[in-house]
Design a protein around this ligand. Structure first.
Ligand code: HEC
Ligand code: HEC
Length: 305
């Protein structure tokens, strides 16, 4: 067959494309002319997360008793008959009270924060070889059984959409929400900074709580000491975490200066166990030079007079 019709087709396609592009030029910003809006059904297929308050749970229920047979058939081979784990697979029970030990044993009963996470995890990821193969009622049942293995419910318990959020895991109170701001930046259209002069201070920028830092006038630019401080010291010294003397606490810093500045430098460089806490050598940022640490100390002292 001749290639002629194909060429024609290609040409027609090109023409349509340019017509589309011309049409696009009139479309509002943000319109790209491809893809399509996801249907409610498509979104529902992805939108399967469950919140601690139970939002997102589908209707349904399952008993400890039904969960036991599902668990024995589909979970025990890896997680152990009692949730104690087989080999290196994760244990699902035990470990209560071990979180303060050197090797904490983190299970649903000892560590996890919310029952919703358990339901959600099993629903989306387990059994390992066949994720999303369990029906909603089966997920309720096996979740109830895992709770039972952790002594959190009785053997006649029935878990449902209505009572799941009310089951508190023992470690729930030790999860503390941390309010970090969203990271965002305005696009600069005029009088922008020279890109050459923009410096990346940290690969994982540390969160500096608003108002906790006395920032030098913006155009003066931070000193070397301030930069080191923000990168490596502020995470403890901004707020006085773990006993660290806080930036700006003149009384605490002047008391520390009484031992002589050299010892203060030495403690920052080599670390020390003080009476209130442990200052790690260079704050744990061992790649800092001694000089950089001294400059950071100078910055702290300047800000704490
Ligand atoms: C073939 C082995 C296997 C089977 C069968 C299996 N799991 Fe898992 N499970 C795993 C592995 C591996 C992980 C860890 C996955 C990871 O960390 O990415 C895991 C993780 C989990 C976790 C999270 C544990 C934690 O502390 O992080 C839960 C809960 C869980 N499985 C429940 C179940 C339930 C319920 C079933 C049965 C319906 C099941 N699993 C079947 C292998 C298995
Ligand atoms: C992980 C937390 C942490 C980080 C990070 C940290 N510090 Fe500290 N720092 C402490 C604590 C805690 C103390 C108080 C110890 C005490 O007195 O019991 C302290 C005390 C100090 C002191 C007082 C020393 C003295 O002799 O009293 C200086 C100076 C100091 N830090 C400097 C720094 C500098 C500079 C950095 C960054 C390079 C830094 N710290 C990073 C926790 C930290």
């Amino acid at each position: 067959m001749s290639r002629f019709p194909e060429v024609l087709l290609a040409l027609a396609a090109t023409l349509t494309l340019s017509a589309n592009l011309a049409a696009d030029a009139r479309k509002p910003v943000g319109y790209y002319g491809y893809g399509e809006a996801a249907t409610a059904e498509q979104i529902a297929g992805w939108d399967i997360d469950v919140r601690p308050d139970g939002l997102g749970l589908p209707p349904g229920s399952g008993s400890v008793e039904d969960g036991e047979s599902i668990y024995d058939e589909q979970c025990a081979e890896c997680h152990g008959t009692f949730g104690e784990a087989v080999g290196r697979y994760p244990a699902l029970s035990g470990g209560e009270g071990s979180l303060q030990e050197e090797r904490p044993h983190k299970t649903i009963g000892s560590y996890w924060g919310h029952t919703s996470t358990l339901w959600d995890y099993i629903h989306r990821a387990m059994p390992f070889q066949r994720p999303e193969s369990l029906s909603d009622d089966e997920v309720y049942a096996v979740t109830a059984y895992v709770l039972y293995l952790n002594d959190l419910v009785e053997d006649d318990f029935v878990l449902s959409q209505d009572n799941l959020a009310s089951i508190e895991l023992p470690n729930a109170g030790n999860f503390i929400p941390e309010q970090r701001p969203d990271v965002k930046n305005k696009r600069c259209m005029k009088n922008c900074r020279d890109p050459e002069k923009i410096e990346i201070l940290s690969e994982a920028p540390l969160y500096v709580p608003e108002g906790s830092l006395k920032v030098a006038a913006a155009d003066a630019g931070p000193t070397e000491g301030q930069k080191v401080y923000q990168r490596s010291c502020g995470l403890c010294h901004d707020q006085g975490i773990a006993g660290a003397p806080a930036l700006g606490d003149a009384a605490d810093w002047s008391r520390r200066l009484e031992q002589g500045i050299d010892l203060v430098y030495d403690h920052a460089i080599n670390g020390f166990q003080g009476s209130v806490g442990m200052m790690p050598a260079k704050g744990g940022f061992v790649q800092l030079s001694d000089d950089e640490v001294r400059q950071a100390v100078d910055y702290i002292l300047e800000q704490s007079r």
